[in-house]
Write a protein that binds this ligand. Structure first.
Ligand SMILES: C[S@@+](CC[C@H](N)C(=O)[O-])C[C@H]1O[C@@H](n2cnc3c(N)ncnc32)[C@H](O)[C@@H]1O
Length: 417
């Protein structure tokens, strides 16, 4: 009997568990918790100032059960960032797909094909790469719009290690192997018309469906694969079929980074990750209504508390046996949030319930009772400010979708000339 083949396809591109280049996540945790002295301050009118300097990498919030706990947050109707983006995809999905497939240039022949043929079928190969895919619900919505757009693929079927030639394929990138695998399983079960990349034997099925693959890795792992020319649509037998790659980065995740860091990451994508007519679909929250923001990220919400406490526990787990003081006391850390008006960002901290003092392999951690540790932020950029960031990154806006009464936008970007 041949061994059972896992029907769910997750390509593991993790670089030894590092999230950022050159440093282990464990070292990032130690560095963040050993920072001294408290020199940064965040001021919100009517609330005590927070003096802080220690931090945890935001990504630890998504380790362990973090993705499940974040999904729980998205079930709260007040978490508008998720619901508005879902609504934009539902209402404008066909227009987004039209923009993704129109005027695709075939480099090698320098020939621009019109999107639709006489049967109103669009003959393309469209590859979505969904960075930080999470629950996959947004990808699922866009993939339904792609199905509804009646794309077809007339080129020879071709499957390589990361690439499937059909009208559409999607690479779902996230950091937790098992969580990603479970969500892919659910996505494929709910959508029998989607194909699991892994199930496709060479030479079969090409041309008749949308293939889905999971990719377990960080944003930077994906960037380095893109820079090496992987996740590539165009192959030698594809000369006659217009191909386009579109990176999706939704959930306003770009706003979690410091602006300079976000611009640098986008610039790297633009200059070395994307080819000329590739696209980037990116979600950005512009909200400046502080009541709405504070309700969405409420510090009294059990969902948010569970999510940040999971982050403390994960930080402890990363430190191995040294991290026991963090794992053991995680339930007693409190969530504290502030609207930093000066910098236009919402900030999340955790407050340490007791004095902690312990050694790790690489440094000694001392955290005072009631000391605040920064865990996450969301910048709320104005449309002009984010446009400026895109320009600095070498990207220009091709299109933008939002809701009439909404605060969130989906931007479709391309490399500037
Ligand atoms: C705010 S959630 C957004 C999820 C989904 N894209 C959405 O819009 O609903 C961020 C997602 O990115 C993933 N993530 C966070 N940091 C990451 C990193 N450095 N590399 C890859 N994925 C990351 C998390 O695991 C999580 O699933």
């Amino acid at each position: 009997m041949s061994p059972a083949v896992d029907p769910i396809d997750v390509l593991d591109i993790r670089n030894g568990g590092n999230i950022n280049p050159g440093k282990s996540l464990c070292d990032e945790v130690v560095d963040g918790l050993t920072a001294l002295p408290k020199s940064q301050v965040v001021v919100e009118e009517g609330l005590p100032d927070i003096l802080w300097n220690k931090s945890l990498p935001t990504v630890v919030l998504y380790q362990g059960h973090g993705i499940v706990l974040f999904e729980d947050i998205t079930r709260d109707p007040k978490y508008y960032v998720y619901h508005e983006e879902m609504e934009i995809l539902a209402r404008h999905g066909s227009s987004i797909v039209e923009a993704l497939t129109s005027g695709i240039a075939v480099d090698r022949t320098n020939y621009v094909i019109s999107a639709k043929d006489s049967n109103n079928l669009c003959n393309v190969n469209l590859t979505l790469i969904d960075l930080g895919a999470g629950s996959l619900t947004k990808a699922e919505s866009l993939l339904h719009s792609i199905e509804a757009a009646n794309l077809r693929f007339s080129g020879p079927p071709k499957i390589s290690s990361t690439y499937y030639a059909g009208p559409g394929s999607a690479l779902q990138v996230d950091i937790q192997y098992h969580q990603l695998r479970d969500r892919l399983h659910g996505l494929l079960e709910r959508n029998p018309s989607f194909l699991s990349g892994h199930r496709l034997p060479h030479g079969e099925h090409g041309g008749d469906g949308i293939a889905i693959r999971g990719v377990c890795g960080s944003y930077f792992d994906s960037l380095s694969r893109l820079q090496k020319g992987e996740f590539q649509c165009g192959e030698s037998n594809m000369d006659t079929v217009p191909s386009r790659k579109c990176l999706m980065w939704l959930g306003s995740s770009v706003t979690n980074m410091e602006p300079a860091e976000a611009i640098a990451f986008l610039r790297n994508l633009a200059t070395s990750g994307l080819q000329d007519d590739n696209m980037l679909l990116i979600g950005v929250d512009h909200c400046r209504d502080t009541d709405k923001i504070k309700a969405a990220y409420s510090e009294t919400s059990g969902r948010w508390k569970a999510y940040v406490r999971n982050g403390i526990r994960n930080a402890g787990v990363l430190l191995g046996r040294h991290g026991a003081p963090l794992t053991a006391g995680a339930e007693r850390w409190e969530l504290v949030t502030r609207w930093d008006k000066e910098n236009g960002r919402h900030m999340r901290f955790v407050r340490c319930p007791e004095k902690l003092s312990f050694s790790t392999k690489t440094g000694r951690i001392e955290i005072d009772k009631n000391e605040h540790v920064f865990v996450a932020q969301s910048f709320k950029y104005s449309p002009n400010h984010i446009k400026d960031c895109f320009n600095k990154a070498g990207l220009h806006i091709v299109n933008r979708w939002s809701l009439d009464q909404g605060d969130c936008s989906l931007y479709l970007l391309q490399r500037s000339g």
